[in-house]
Design a protein around this ligand. Structure first.
Ligand code: PMP
Length: 337
């Protein structure tokens, strides 16, 4: 057997240098379904196993440069989990403390990972954004009350999207040899879609940037007809936005797709079974969006999407038959035994 061709990445001098420079992989099933090339950016390969390590690093570096974060300081953030994990690992590597506020509905694995990293975890009931107890408002208050703390504020701190303008987009452009027709992903803070969109458009204005919006989010209607209106619901963690965050302001969105959990789950299951990729539901929703975009752009298209985080983070939910059945979602046949 011959070993697969590989170029070994350069040695790194810090764990922080492990963030970014993630591989791009051709997704066979999605490419066949779309009739064109669909590529996945492997953000689960970041040290915190999600796309949010990039935002965490840029936000912390930005706060340091502005003199807001000093040695021994604390990073406080409200998060669905992945940004918290990113903040905690960046904080550990740089000698800061971390306080993470998270809705109690998020996966147990994310909570366990945050505790393992030594973050102080504050769980709050899931609440609408208008409620002062919402995890974002709670984290802002905690940051204000804590001596030497910064509030990472991923939703409205544009150091988040800058991470994608300065790292994710140029990486994708280089990895695709400048031949890319479309990019799509879902939005949580909107940092990824806005930042990659802006970054790619700076290389080539004609690249189509499409939003893959889950049910229960308001952005599909906003980009389709100018009205922030949500319909339905989704169990996907980390995505689904009801307002135009600062990160989303001026995002170059050319097209939008509304993707159901069922459609996303089909791709989560197929990527696991047919390609050996274990991913979270937002990745499945992104891939469903990429297939829709690829079909629209035609057979010569080359579409890139984001594989946001590892499925190992959802073994007790997405990959658990009791959980799926309780949510009224189809159970993967191989879990039914
Ligand atoms: N997928 C997952 C699993 C996430 O945690 C997030 C971050 N909230 C996203 C997608 C969306 O990324 P962004 O915040 O950049 O829109």
């Amino acid at each position: 057997m011959t070993a697969p061709a590989r170029t070994a990445p350069k040695p790194r001098l810090s764990t922080l240098d492990l963030i970014g420079n993630t591989p791009l992989v051709l997704l066979k099933g999605p490419s066949e379904a779309a009739g064109c090339e669909i590529w996945g950016k492997c953000e689960f390969a970041n040290p915190g196993a999600s796309v949010k390590d990039r935002a965490a690093l840029w936000i912390v570096r930005d706060a340091e440069e502005k003199g807001l974060l000093r040695p021994g300081g604390t990073i406080v953030e409200g998060t669905a989990g992945n940004t918290g994990i990113g903040c905690a690992l960046v904080a550990n590597a740089l000698g800061y403390k971390t306080v993470i506020v998270m809705p109690e509905t998020q996966s147990r694995e994310k909570m366990d990972t945050l505790r393992a990293l030594g973050a102080e975890l504050v769980l709050v009931p899931a609440a609408p954004f208008s409620n002062p107890g919402h995890f974002v408002h709670t984290s802002r208050r905690l940051a204000e009350e804590t001596e030497g703390a910064i509030w990472a504020n991923q939703f409205d701190n544009i150091a988040n999207r800058k991470a994608h303008i300065e790292s994710t987009a140029p990486e994708i452009w280089e990895q695709m040899d400048g031949r890319i027709s479309g990019f799509t992903c879902a939005a949580g803070t909107g940092g990824t879609i806005a930042g990659v969109g802006m970054g790619l458009k700076a290389f080539d204005e004609s690249i189509t940037i499409a939003l893959a919006d889950p049910h229960g989010a308001a952005l599909y209607n906003y980009y389709a007809c100018g009205e922030l209106k949500a319909e339905g619901s989704s169990v996907a963690e980390g995505i689904g936005q009801g307002r135009i965050t600062a990160n989303l302001e001026g995002a170059p969105i050319d097209a939008q797709f509304r993707i159901s959990d069922q459609e996303g789950l089909v791709w989560v299951g197929r990527l696991l079974q047919e390609e050996g990729l274990c991913l979270g539901l937002s990745s499945g929703i992104n891939v469903a969006g990429a297939v829709a975009l690829g079909r629209q752009l035609g057979p010569d298209a080359r579409v890139v999407t984001i594989l946001c985080d590892t499925g190992f983070r959802y073994l007790s939910s997405l990959y658990n038959r009791e959980w799926l059945a309780a949510k009224g979602l189809p159970v993967f046949p191989w879990l039914a035994q």
